[in-house]
Design a protein. Structure first.
Length: 320
């Protein structure tokens, strides 16, 4: 099951691809929605990299400082001789912040983009020749299976970047259960979680002054057009992101600025003026709230590390 959308497709679209079925189902709902995984075509991935360089988007900067400043303690909590598994590893950059003090039996980076993953794994291997690296090409949001044998070193999952916030809380628990299911009674989960904070700081992080997040959001429509032979006019949509304090989440939408009719995968869609298409949630958690979610997935907290402002939390859990 897709953990981002966790939705049922109501109508049979026998002749359509799985992507078409999923997108059509989302756009047939009210309000319309598209899974955030469609942000990440080549241009979208480059735009996301640009977001991570923005002053307003504090997440990567603060998380890196926490990991580096507390590296010795984090690596001690993980212990030596484990298999580190990183879903969505991409460039395998973040593991480099720990490796100087982390004694691993193996590293399994996972990503949906095989070519990029392979190149990143080779480059990491050049710098850490003694580290056993076995990349796995997969969409971790669809399920996790690392095929460890009983005598392999136990797995520790590494899920940084607050990507867990892009799942709805129930789906986040399901995802953590999927990782827990890969462990016996030893293993761990090292996870980066973005915390609740002043709404102005969150608003700025998702409405940057250079408009990069807006481009990233609108590029999703370009991606749909090219995947599904569509003719959505992207000029008819604007970026709309807000912090919903009651739900503790950033909500990203595309707002239609004028009535628009478009085709996608041979189907007609009508967009009303002012209509919102939901593209992403980014949940923010108090550390205690997140610990409760992790507990319901079968984990117990070992330690939480935060920056002085408490803008971000890196947490380590063990299986119970
Ligand atoms: C990937 N993920 C953790 C980002 C976030 O903050 O939720 C995606 C993002 N969307 C807009 N800016 C960044």
């Amino acid at each position: 099951m897709n953990l981002f959308t966790a939705q049922k497709i109501e109508q049979p679209f026998d002749e359509l691809t799985q992507v078409a079925q999923e997108v059509i189902a989302g756009l047939s709902q009210s309000p319309k929605q598209v899974s955030p995984k469609y942000f990440y075509d080549e241009k979208g991935s480059a735009l996301f990299d640009a977001i991570t360089e923005l002053d307003e988007y504090y997440v990567p900067r603060v998380e890196k400082a926490i990991l580096v400043d507390n590296r010795a303690e984090i690596c001690a909590a993980i212990g030596s001789g484990m298999t580190l598994v990183e879903p969505g590893a991409g460039s395998c950059e973040k593991i480099r912040w720990l490796l100087p003090e982390l004694d691993l039996a193996a590293y399994i980076p996972m990503d949906i983009s095989g070519e990029h993953l392979q190149a990143s794994a080779v480059s990491l291997g050049d710098d850490y020749a003694e580290l056993k690296i076995t990349p796995q090409v997969c969409d971790h949001t669809l399920g996790i299976d690392i095929h460890l044998a009983a005598d392999d070193a136990p797995p520790v999952f590494f899920y940084p970047g607050s990507s867990v916030g892009n799942f709805e809380p129930e789906a986040a628990v399901q995802f953590m259960r999927a990782m827990r299911a890969q462990m016996q009674d030893t293993g761990g989960l090292l996870i980066g979680v973005d915390t609740k904070k002043d709404a102005d700081i969150l608003h700025a992080a998702y409405n940057d002054s250079a408009g990069v997040t807006a481009q990233f959001n609108i590029n999703l429509l370009d991606n749909l057009n090219s995947l599904l032979e569509g003719d959505i006019d992207t000029d008819k949509f604007v970026h709309h992101a807000l912090y919903n304090a009651e739900r503790g989440r950033i909500e990203m939408h595309l707002r239609c600025t004028g009535r628009h009719s478009a085709q996608l995968a041979g189907q007609q869609f009508e967009f009303a003026e002012g209509e919102l298409v939901h593209t992403e949630y980014s949940y923010k958690y108090h550390p205690d709230e997140f610990i409760e979610l992790a507990r319901s997935a079968g984990f117990a907290p070992v330690k939480v590390w935060q920056d002085d402002d408490r803008w971000f939390a890196v947490m380590y859990f063990e299986p119970v």
